[in-house]
Design a protein around this ligand. Structure first.
Ligand code: FE
Ligand code: FE
Length: 278
């Protein structure tokens, strides 16, 4: 996996701390300074996620002609990502997916909601196809318009070539007011990719959760509302409903994969064909 993070969870742990209502701002600053790798990760992400890069990644990946596999197979494939990390401290990718899904299930949410939790990070298999971390994870943000000052490490956008394109530096950029998020290109990563893989099979609420779960500037900070239409606004209630399960289920007990697998195999078969295009 091309660095600088030791594993992809480092980004998620950082996001979790950032939105922790209990943390004090000075504490966060200190935490901030000690996490040089996270900082370097954002520097790369903000420097290289240009509009042209996003469009090129979409051309490459959205043909979905890399691999054919089922959902559980993709979960096992994704698990190869953590083969080189410490098994005592790091949860495997399957465990994060199962913990998220199990937390949703415990709350008596609908079956499609549980399933969204189970699959939401499968797009991280982009890493296994040689994509660097900055093109797989990280808070997402629109490209082709001004970067919200609320985006974490906003200063690193100074190194992004799009900062020299005046057309991309206005509030609306290349888009129209209220055009709907579907028309807006977000920085490339696991969310957008997985959305296209599962699009034919899941209800819209689940698709919004998957597609926008890393769009923290919008679902947590309320930015970019000017691109949303009424449908986006309604669906973002679901994106926000999903977020705590993603962020805060990690402290739960480690799931017994063998025990819960039959439930999830059945749930997968209810919505997905045995083999999907990736
Ligand atoms: Fe994710
Ligand atoms: Fe996640």
């Amino acid at each position: 996996m091309q660095g600088p993070l030791e594993n992809l969870e480092q980004w998620e742990d950082f996001v979790q701390k950032r939105y922790d209502p209990a943390r004090k701002s000075e504490e966060f600053r200190r935490h901030d300074d000690t996490h040089a790798v996270v900082r370097e990760f954002y520097r790369l992400n903000h420097t290289y996620q240009t509009r042209a890069f996003v469009q090129e990644q979409k051309r490459q990946y959205l043909a979905l002609d890399r691999r054919r596999m089922g959902i559980w197979e993709a979960m096992e494939y994704l698990n190869a990502l953590v083969d080189d990390s410490d098994p005592d401290t790091d949860l495997s990718q399957i465990e994060h997916l199962l913990q998220t899904a199990e937390a949703i299930r415990r709350d008596g949410r609908p079956r499609w909601f549980i399933l969204a939790g189970l699959v939401h990070d499968l797009g991280k298999i982009l890493c296994l196809w040689g994509e660097p971390q900055w093109a797989v994870v990280g808070d997402t943000f629109p490209v082709g318009c001004a970067w919200s000052p609320k985006i974490v490490y906003h200063e690193f956008f100074a190194g992004n070539p799009d900062s020299n394109v005046p057309e991309y530096q206005t509030r609306l950029g290349v888009y129209e007011e209220g055009c709907g998020l579907d028309k807006v290109d977000l920085s490339w990563g696991h969310d957008e990719y997985l959305y296209h893989v599962v699009k034919p099979y899941l209800p819209e609420e689940a698709l919004y959760m998957i597609r926008y779960h890393s769009f923290y500037p919008a679902h947590q900070d309320g930015e970019y509302a000017w691109f949303m239409n009424g449908h986006d606004r309604a669906m973002f209630e679901w994106v926000r409903a999903f977020n705590p399960y993603d962020l805060y289920s990690k402290s739960a007990a480690r799931p017994d994969v063998t025990e819960v697998r039959p439930f999830y195999e059945e749930l997968i078969a209810e919505y997905f064909p045995p083999v999907l295009r990736w």
